[in-house]
Design a protein around this ligand. Structure first.
Ligand code: SAM
Length: 276
């Protein structure tokens, strides 16, 4: 694809504090986020805490006080890496002194990342993301330098790098000009255009695959019927898999009478003796 620079006053920039900078080639060079990076819509800079050590072994961790398994990341190299990232962001005009980017730690103890969070991030200028390793990070660094903690969910990763990549990918795809079809991000699950519901199923050619036909409304060419079918599917799927999203949409006044009838029918169908 030819290089098409995107002119924007303040493009999104992520600074990654990581012991494994090579891992970020995946999000920087591949797919949707890679194309957007090549077009200058966002940028990614890595900072290795090892480059901020003074000993011959370039030590970034040590044994935990109080004993116990594993190692703990030292506060000083991390802190110096954050300071260097901050200075570089200011110099590049990514931030202003009045509005510095937040310092965010990927952590199982953080607030769980979700689509609403991705939308908030997409309105900002990026962040300095700290990728933990080993048993964790000296708490004094977290207390002094970290503004917020973000979790990917209730499981433990070996390091924050994959979490940071997931976060960045979910944000970058929402930036203006990133997706070919401007509509496709808003039509995704959890988005306001879908009232926060799950997306409906998708089909492509052939019309019949191993005996299974494409649902008839999708072949009708009738836009209103197709939209109604998709809404029904979206409601039924969300009610079955994520009923709390239905409650949220209802509480926000996003469901009308016809939605409620679809949900009643879906509830009847899912009972013993019902259709599914
Ligand atoms: C092996 S984990 C440390 C887990 C820590 N001892 C605990 O039990 O909470 C190493 C690093 O991976 C990252 N990490 C692990 N699980 C994560 C999650 N669910 N979300 C975001 N980051 C996570 C954090 O940066 C963490 O410091």
């Amino acid at each position: 694809m030819p290089f098409v620079p995107v002119l924007s006053a303040r493009a999104m920039r992520f600074d990654l504090i990581t012991l494994f900078p090579e891992m970020f080639a995946a999000v920087r060079d591949q797919g949707v986020s890679g194309r957007a990076h090549a077009r200058g819509i966002w940028s990614l800079v890595t900072w290795n805490p090892r480059d901020f050590t003074t000993d011959v072994h370039r030590t970034v961790d040590d044994r935990p006080y109080g004993g116990g398994p594993g190692m703990v990341m030292l506060a000083e190299p991390l802190s110096q890496a954050v300071e260097a990232a901050r200075a570089a962001r200011l110099q590049a005009g990514a931030d202003t002194p009045e509005a510095p980017a937040p310092v965010v730690l990927l952590s199982p103890a953080g607030r769980t990342h979700d689509q609403a969070g991705a939308r908030r991030w997409a309105d900002g200028t990026g962040a300095i993301l700290i990728c933990g390793r080993y048993e964790g990070i000296d708490q004094r660094f977290i207390d002094r330098c970290v503004d917020e903690e973000v979790s990917l969910g209730d499981f433990v990763l070996s390091g924050g790098e994959l979490g940071a990549m997931v976060l960045m990918d979910s944000v970058v795809r929402l930036l203006p000009g990133v997706l070919h079809d401007a509509e496709s991000a808003v039509q995704d699950s959890f988005n306001p255009a879908l009232d926060g519901l799950l997306d409906s199923p998708h089909y492509t050619r052939p019309e019949v695959w191993r005996g299974d036909p494409v649902p008839e409304p999708l072949l009708s060419g009738h836009h209103a019927r197709i939209a109604a079918w998709r809404r029904e599917q979206s409601l039924a799927l969300t009610a079955a898999r994520r009923p709390e999203l239905i409650e949220r949409a209802r509480a926000a006044g996003r469901l009308d009478g016809s939605d409620e009838r679809v949900l009643e029918q879906a509830g009847r169908d899912s009972k013993p003796g019902g259709k599914g």
